[in-house]
Write a protein that binds this ligand. Structure first.
Ligand code: SF4
Ligand code: SF4
Length: 155
């Protein structure tokens, strides 16, 4: 992978000034591209296909519990912004695939959510902690609930 820090540091200040773009924004741009590419690699999806019709958000059964709607998650990733990583949405998503069925561009949004969770899990952050669930309640949960949550517990 290209070392964006070294390349950016080699840009002469006169060029930076002539372009009217700060060194910091060059760096932010490079980091954004890397983040978006990482999400696309992990999810196998072409994020640019989204044209923000909102069908995924309107059909999501859990959107009321989310702090970012699925279409907004996709838009932010398009822009290379990491905000969705710190949202409740990626942990609330139940991977029901309703959004994928509705998406006119064929984007598997659940896989994008999964990719974002994977990035956080690899950073040693998880929103789902088995030890925080009452053991009585845990015993009463249907097995499918535990199995579907396994993917939120390990990278
Ligand atoms: S897969 Fe996730 S984002 Fe898509 S509709 Fe289901 S809960 Fe919502
Ligand atoms: S349904 Fe597909 S194209 Fe429409 S906003 Fe959602 S991801 Fe984008």
């Amino acid at each position: 992978m290209m070392n964006s820090k070294n390349v950016l540091d080699s840009v002469p200040e006169e060029i930076e000034m002539a372009l009217g773009v700060s060194r910091q924004s060059y760096r932010y741009g490079a980091e954004s591209i890397v983040f978006k590419a990482r999400v696309e690699e992990l999810s196998g999806q072409n994020i640019n296909l989204c044209y923000q019709c909102g069908a995924c958000s309107s059909g999501c059964p859990l959107s009321k519990e989310m702090d970012l709607l699925p279409s907004k998650v996709i838009r932010l990733v398009q822009l290379g912004r990491e905000d969705p990583l710190y949202s409740r949405t990626i942990w609330i998503c139940s991977t029901c695939f309703e959004c994928e069925v509705r998406c006119p561009r064929g984007i598997d949004i659940a896989s994008v959510m999964e990719a974002l969770r994977q990035i956080m899990l690899r950073r040693k952050y998880s929103e789902v902690r088995l030890e925080s669930i009452d053991p009585e309640k845990l015993r009463g949960l249907p097995q499918i609930a535990l199995i579907s949550n396994l993917r939120k517990l390990m990278a």
